[in-house]
Design a protein around this ligand. Sequence first.
Ligand code: FES
Length: 173
Amino acid sequence: MEAVAKGCQCQALRSQDPRYQKLADIIGKYAGEAGALIPVLHEAQEVFGYLPHDVQVLVAEGLDVPLSEIDGVITFYSLFTSEPQGKYKVGVCLGTACYVKGAADVLEELKKQLHVDINKTTADGLFTLEVTRCVGACGLAPVVSIGDDVYGRLVPGDIPAILDKYLQAEKNG
Ligand code: FES
């Protein structure tokens, strides 16, 4: 059996990850300013794509704010997420028109096909499943958006072929 080094290697790995230097620069830019937390979290999320726990800890230390306050901000503002985000956001509209036309069944099919729950990302990092409010395309209900594409008048049976388009596109580079 191979020997495994004990203890967390995060510190050493961070020094090789340029995103952490960017984070230090962002914190340095705002440190000491009132109301710094939101802009720092916003820029940190642009760098990392989401706000993992270790980034939250570094922001808390750098701005001298309690970690619980950061957690509260991330929970309160839907703009922020502590979950990794997939390449494609799959948004299932659960507005009234979509709901009455069967959006809940389409959502269940997406959960089944992607093997994820709402606000979770597939293991391959490709899709994040979300629910949305009305996206203004009620005439096409039920509506699902994937990245910049919008699909309407869906039934659960449409989902596998739609997802396959993105999977094939990934395979073909
Ligand atoms: S309710 Fe879904 S697009 Fe309006």
